[in-house]
Design a protein around this ligand. Structure first.
Ligand code: MN
Length: 168
């Protein structure tokens, strides 16, 4: 192969690879765009039905570390999905990023939740949070630790308890 042909084939190779990479980058950008157009964070993995009713998902964002004595995550509840009744030994803050849902402290009327709402849940107060019947709910949860514990799980929110809230 003479040097002219060599440089032509090298150029062809480089331009093909560039086009291939550009195509892949575009695909990735499309994917990111799709995700960003719908939700702030990916949905993450399904949460156990030992502690959540229906389809709820967790995207962990930050784990407890030497400076931050809390866990940070984005929780997605599909319609009708909800936590079990539970308490947090040092409280919890929820920031709603998408959809509609409810938060209820035991013995009190439920509060409707919408995008932008901030909920400050005191320590050791029995409560649940979850989606409304026809909409998903996505919230960021900032859950403080007391030693190595940040949640105590209790009984499921029964369909009767849930329906009393969503049908009111
Ligand atoms: Mn909670």
């Amino acid at each position: 192969m003479n040097s002219f042909l060599k440089s032509i084939s090298a150029l062809l190779f480089i331009s093909t690879m560039t086009a291939f990479t550009a195509c892949n980058n575009n695909k990735n950008q499309e994917k990111m765009k799709e995700q960003n157009n719908t939700s702030l964070f990916p949905k993450g993995d399904k949460l156990s039905n030992d502690w959540f009713s229906g389809d709820a998902f967790l995207m962990p964002l930050l784990a407890k570390d030497k400076n931050n004595d809390f866990a940070l995550g984005s929780v997605t509840f599909e319609p009708r999905a909800r936590t079990h009744w539970h308490t947090h030994p040092k409280g919890q803050v929820l920031i709603v990023t998408e959809g509609e849902g409810f938060n209820q402290e035991k013995g009190k009327p439920a509060k409707a939740l919408k995008k932008g709402d901030v909920v400050n849940i005191p320590e050791n107060v029995e409560h649940w949070h979850g989606a409304s019947a026809n909409s998903k709910l996505v919230h960021i949860a900032i859950t403080n630790y007391k030693s190595d514990e940040n949640v105590v799980w209790l009984k499921p929110v029964t369909d009767e308890e849930y329906n009393n809230v969503v049908n009111n």
